[in-house]
Design a protein around this ligand. Structure first.
Ligand SMILES: Cc1cc2nc3c(=O)[nH]c(=O)nc-3n(C[C@H](O)[C@H](O)[C@H](O)COP(=O)(O)OP(=O)(O)OC[C@H]3O[C@@H](n4cnc5c(N)ncnc54)[C@H](O)[C@@H]3O)c2cc1C
Length: 404
């Protein structure tokens, strides 16, 4: 390997790609980050950060910077749209499990920018190349070659490995011999952002609100102006055109039907997303690897996808370090695949599919049983702790570590 190729390419400058680059740089592994876009995208996606993610990011100095900007959320509501609060979960019961017994609400583009700034400040020698889109990847026994579309035309980048953090439509994954197994929901998820304050009406900063006709999720993030913005998420059928969904009258009708108030809502953003449940059939093909949404995608109920991507790259960076600096076997990369893919299937997929089913259950008797179960959980501290260890992603990370 020449000096030039003794490095790792990271495809994708989303939260997972920037974090992967920063973790590897900190471990003395040269990186080049290739991002198709010209900036960090700030569309309203992840906003919920779970305790194990805060623990991991604390080891590299990121968490204190996030805590300065986000909202610490110690409790969240499970509600029924007609009956009101069913269960008020207290994340404080996790105090013996984590130094961060809460959720942090902070938008993903802000986390991404925090990590990018650390990378650029501390490791200016490692290029972050915007407007560089990885088109395809090939490999030999000792390296990879990525064909990259750049503003100056197509260029080939060589390296020892490439890590695809290039999102759900990953071009890197498409260059691997793997499937992206799972399904896509018929309905889409609409997100409306408003400055209207729901807190005086008794809502927690995070609320999951079940309903057989139209569930919704309501939570507060700092927002673009840092003064607080509420996001309201509704399911939308697959047939209505976007222009009709986004029409002011429709948007006002939806949100007023959820929470009636005098006068119109100040709706500052409206976005719609297709939602999928898929996991790559392998996270490694020789020297080509995937992490984050490139490896697994899921519905956002429970706020887990990005968190899971962070967990992927912390796991992988430690293994690449052992291979790079201690000459350990590349078989460690198969362990990365086993550990992270197993929990993506067993835990991430199962939990998020279940979260959505619980929100939209049309069987009234079954829903009553579910609500009784939730009430039983919050009434008993030990049960609540056990439940929250799962939904706060602590169990998933422990399960991954237990896989040889
Ligand atoms: C509505 C919604 C709410 C969500 N809420 C949460 C939440 O609260 N908590 C949570 O954990 N998760 C949540 N998620 C999921 C979260 O948004 C994703 O898991 C997260 O964005 C994944 O990060 P990533 O870096 O893997 O991919 P992305 O954020 O998709 O970033 C991929 C990057 O790669 C770039 N790229 C793409 N193709 C190429 C290429 N060929 N070459 C180079 N670059 C390329 C893209 O431009 C992009 O910058 C939510 C998702 C949605 C849609």
């Amino acid at each position: 390997m020449t000096e030039d190729t003794n490095r790792i390419l990271i495809a994708g400058g989303g939260p997972v790609g920037y974090t992967a680059a920063y973790l590897l740089a900190r471990r003395g592994i040269p990186v080049v980050l290739l991002e198709a876009g010209d900036k960090i995208f700030d569309d309203p996606r992840a906003g919920t950060i779970h305790p194990p993610t805060l623990e991991l990011l604390a080891t590299v100095g990121v968490t204190p910077l996030m805590l300065e900007r986000g909202y610490v959320v110690g409790n969240y509501h499970y509600r029924d749209r007609r009956q009101g609060v069913i269960a008020d979960f207290d994340l404080g019961v996790l105090a013996q499990d984590t130094p961060y017994p809460f959720r942090l609400m902070l938008e993903q583009h802000k986390i991404c920018a925090i990590v990018r700034d650390l990378l650029l400040e501390e490791y200016p020698q490692y290029p972050v190349l915007l407007n560089h889109r990885v088109a395809s990847v090939t490999q030999s026994t000792d390296g990879v070659e990525a064909l990259v579309e750049t503003p100056d035309g197509a260029r080939t980048f060589k390296a020892r490995y490439i890590l695809g953090c290039d999102g759900g439509r990953s071009q890197v994954r498409k260059s691997m011999n793997v499937d992206f197994e799972g399904f896509t929901y018929d309905e889409r998820f609409l997100i409306l952002s408003t400055k209207y304050d729901f807190k005086p009406h008794g809502y927690a900063l995070t609320n999951y609100i079940a309903d057989p006709e139209q569930w919704c999720a309501l939570f507060k993030v700092p927002g673009h102006d840092e003064t607080g913005t509420w996001r309201v998420v509704f399911p939308m059928n697959s047939t209505t055109p976007e222009a009709d969904i986004f029409a002011e009258a429709h948007v006002q009708w939806l949100i007023q039907r959820f929470h009636a108030k005098d006068g119109d809502y100040d709706v500052v953003h409206r976005n719609i997303y297709h939602v999928h449940q898929r996991v790559a059939s392998c996270y490694r093909d020789g020297r080509i690897l995937v992490a984050g949404d490139a490896a697994h995608i899921n519905n956002p109920l429970g706020g887990m996808g990005m968190n899971f991507g962070f967990h992927d790259v912390f796991n992988l960076a430690e293994k690449l370090d052992r291979i790079w600096h201690q000459g350990e076997s590349q078989d460690l990369l198969d362990q990365y695949d086993r550990q992270r893919r197993t929990v993506a299937q067993e835990y991430l997929q199962r939990q998020t599919i279940e979260n959505k089913k619980n929100m939209e259950n049309k069987d009234a008797a079954a829903q009553d049983r579910f609500y009784d179960e939730l009430c039983g959980i919050v009434a008993d501290k030990a049960k609540q702790r056990q439940y929250l260890r799962r939904v706060a992603m602590i169990e998933g990370i422990e399960r991954a570590a237990s896989i040889a």
